[in-house]
Structures are given as C-alpha cells and as structure tokens.
Write a protein that binds this ligand. Sequence first.
Ligand SMILES: [Zn+2]
Length: 650
Amino acid sequence: MKLLFFSLCFLILFSSCRNRKESNNSSTDSLVESNYNDHSYSNLDSINTTHLDLELDVDFNNQTIYGIARHTMNNKGTGSAIFDIKGLQIKKVTLGPKGNERETDFMIGKMDADSILGQPLIVSISKKTNQVNIYYQTTKASEALDWLDTAMTSSKTKPFLYTQGQAILTRTWIPVQDSPSNRFTYAAQVKVPNDLLALMSAKNPSKKNTTGIYNFTMEKAIPSYLIALAVGDIAYHSYGGNTGVYAEKELIDACAEEFDALPKMMDAASKLYGKYQWGQYDVLVLPYSFPFGGMENPRLTFANPTLLTGDKSLVSVIAHELAHSWSGNLVTNNSWDDFWLNEGFTVYFEERIMEEIYGKEVADILAEIEFFEMQQEMKEISSGDHPEDTKLHLKLKNRNPDDGMTQIAYVKGAFFLKTLEAKVGRAQLDEFLNSYFESFKFKTINSKQFESILQERLLDPNKIKFNYKEWIYEEGLPKNCVKIVSKRLQNMTELAQNFSAGQPVFEPKIHYEYQKIKGKRKKKKVKVVDQIKRDDFIVQEWQVFIRNLDDNITIDQLNKADNAMHFSSWNNSEILTEWLVLNIQKGNTTKLRPEIKKFISKVGRRKYLMPIYRALSINPADKKWAKEVFEGCKSNYHAVSKNSIAEVLK
Ligand SMILES: [Zn+2]
C-alpha cells in the first residue's frame, strides 16, 4: 500500500513541475507524516544509498561548502528518490554516472512545523535509476558546520572548520537519506586552502600537501550521522601501531602526552569484545568551541580540549569514544528511539576498559558519580513534561531526537547491563556481548531485536529470568538495579561533612612516631606533619567532596576550602564547574567573577556552560552580568551551546 501511495503521488507532482519547486501540495504533507517517526523523510523502503561520492570545495572566505553528492543507490523499482535537506541550497540534480549525466526534475517540500526535520528533497528518477547526483551549497543555516575565525583557534592565525552530524544534522551539510537505519560506504575529494589540512571519518592523511586537495575513503558501511569533516592547521602524533592523535600544532605535544594510554585502551577493548574492525583509530582534539566531550566519528574521534587537564584525569571520555567503535558504530541503533543501545552499551564498555587499565576501584568511582548524576536528571525528567523519557526505549515521534540524549540512555542503559552482569555472571555476559557484536556488526538493531537475542542467547540457555521488559519499557529505575559503593567516595563524603561541621580538616596535624634510623640500633622519635594535599585524591573524589558540602555552608567556609585546595584556579573543567556553580548558588559570585568569566569565555562545552549559566540566572544581578558576558563571548560558542544558553538567559 505504501509503495503504491508513493508512486501515485509522484506522478501527480511531477506532471506539473520543472526543476526546483517549493511544494504547497498536501500530498507531500502526507509523505512527511508517513516517515516522521524515523526522523527522516527518505523512502528507504523503495530506494537507498549504498555508496556516496562527495566532491567538496571548502571556502573559508564565504564560510560555504560547495558540494556534489553522488549517490549510488539500490532502487527497488521506484520513480522517485527522497533525501533530507535542511539549510541547503540545491542547484541542480542529475542522474547517471559522472560525465554522462542528465538533469532531472526535483522538488523541495515544505519545512516541517517545528523545523526539526528540515525539508524533503524529492527527485524524479526512472525505475532503473541507480545514480543520483545533487549539486548544492551550504548556507548560514547549515547547523552542522562550525566555522571558527582565527581568533578562536590556538594558532590565532589560521581558521578552523568542523562538522557535527549526530543526531540529524548531516542533512544540513550533505543532502542525504539521514536515518541511522541505512548504512553506506563513502569516498570524498575535498579542496581546502592549501595551508590547511582536511580530515574525515575515513582513511586520513598524516600531513598537509601543497595542493590543498585531499582524497578520502571509508570502506565500511556507516550510518549518515557518522560522516565528519575537520579542516585546520593540524599536526599528527602517532603512538605506533594503529593509534594516534591529531590537534592544532600548538596543542599536539600536550595531546600526545595526555592520551598516551590510547594503545593500552585499544588492546583492552579488543581483548574484551573482539577485533577492532576499522583499521586505524585516531583522536582529533578540536578547538574550545566544540560543544560535546567527544564524538565517535569512525577512525577519527572528535574530542574536546577540556580533556587536556595535564593529569590524565578525564581520559575515560577517550575510552568511551573508543568503545563506540563497537557499540554505536559497528552495531547501530536503528532509530533515535533506541539511542540507549548506542550509549548504554558504550558506558558499560567504557567502564570495563577503565577497569582493565586503572583497576576496579577507579571504574567504580566513575560509575558511582555517573549514577548520582543520572538520579538527579531522572528526578527532573520525572517531574517535567515527559516523565516517559525515563524509559530506555523512547517514542520521539514529532520531537527532536536530541531530547532523548539524556543520562537515561547513557547511565540507566549501563546499569541495565551491570545488573544483568550481576545476575548472569561476567563470563556469560561477555560471551553474549561478543556474539552480539559479531552477529550485528555493520548492521542496525532495535529494542525488540535486542530483546529476542537476549532471551535466546543468554537467558534461555542459562535458565535465567530477568526483568528486561521493565528496564526497557517502564519509567524509573527497577528495584533490582545494582548498587555500587566506593569506599574511597564514602571517605570523601565524610571529609566534606567534617569540614562543613567546622573541623579544621585541611590544617596540618602533628604527631610523633618512632622510626628506624640508618646505622642506629635504637628507633628514634620523629615529628610527623600530616596535611591533606590535593594530589592525595583523584579529581572524581574532589568532585564528591564538593557535592557533599552541607547546604548551610557559609561563604567564609567556601573561601577557606578554596584557599587550601585552590579549586577556583584548577585547570580541570569538571572541578571548576562544580566549584563555580556551588559558589554562585551560595552568593559568592562577585568574588569569583574573574574566574567565571575567564572559564565561560574560553570553553564552549555545553556540559560546563549550562549549569554555570543556569546558576547565574537565578539572582537578577548575576543574570544581568551573565547576559553581558554572554553577549561578549557568544561568538565563541557552537550553535548548539549558544541556543541552549540564550534560552536560559531569556
Ligand atoms: Zn557516547
């Protein structure tokens, strides 16, 4: 029925249009509705891209990409091909192989009411067409593109460009069937200014050439949201083997040092869940405006420079992005309703990698901290407009898929697997996960399919009952969720309570003990000074200290803690954010304004900016000041961060 409906309506549409047209026809509206659920207009059931060839000219002067997207398609006999576009200018569409093309009619549907999906690009083809070429250019509305002026880069002399495709932004820089359910290979020829290097989620060069023309291939089929491009004055450091790191020249040494556990992580990950399938694995550290911690573009993770702490305390983000090479990139959620299959598995896997390298205690500390954050968010979601968003499987129809990108998918998802592990045993779960990755590699999966293989391969053979339906389809947290309690974090909580109660926990404590002195027979009484130093604890322990300070803590006490541990000048964004937010909430903003301004003017990561701006928006004087700061530095932020903050300060 659906197929018939499609062909009928295109017959009517194309009989009356030549080349580009805006549709006011109700037939396209019904088309839109039919595929809305998938967050894509494309008619994938009838025709799908199997390979994409891109020809891109990156023009920094006009901040525009001029492109040709050549889609090789598997056509099951339809007379139209539908692509997703948003903020793109379509110049012409041709059919047939390069050099032997003929121009065809196309039509652009209306923007959906909430401007979430963009517009359908409907191309007239014959039932035998398997090559569609779209000539286009990007515009100011191409949200995936972040064009950075020289002032926003480390070099201060060369500009930078990067893309962010997830969840449905690839359509803003490439006309594409933008659904995670379809996978295709791609190749690209990219022209950039010849003093810059281009990199993609593909086979990459390690250094600049003199022509500014770079060729890329991604030979494994990937979903559209994983196509990525970065252009800048970028250098490379190889760790040997198949890992390395790219960054602007000024940052490359710091990056190489910070992420030197990467080869070990690769070993640990491959030992856990099977061979790494993508050949090379590199990390590209982007400029500060990047709104996320990391993005798992295949072969080339994009990472935020706030990970460069100098003490390797945030490398779990790299473990996370590497783990996506299995969960997410190899086995992909079929739709954004099942984002938990990408992220929950990845957080579980990330913590297993961290456990292999840094031990169970550290992995448990990370898990406990995340669990706390997830519970906070779960409370907020439960009392908000969409309490059903605390389910793992979501129904995001008519909503932005970004609404599902909460700690529920990540941490509730990971605790689902941890609870399953506690029930079936680690060896059995690992065997199951290995078979899961093997059977579904380069495929997509949904919750229903996952349920049936879980039952078939893990629960039935081991005669185990497990409440997976409750976990996946019901709100909140099931009662059998495992509890992770770290002794070290308990001690830190106690330290915070003692400090809040007025005990001089950071003052030196003197005691005497008998020590053996070399060459002397008798032990000697020696004076020992004990004093807590910042290095005695890892960053995550200090986070817990800050979180557990009493609600009634005074500004005087906060200043005392800061004088002792220097939280407000710590080059660690996690600590800095916790500390600044707490101080703003307690009315200590004026004193810390220089530190706050310095931090939020430099960093563009939404995770840090949002809580700070939110805290500042409570008190009218703080809010007024925050607005001024925002006006001055908003050009340093990616649209993703800018829009969210503008909303908070409204
Ligand atoms: Zn992730």
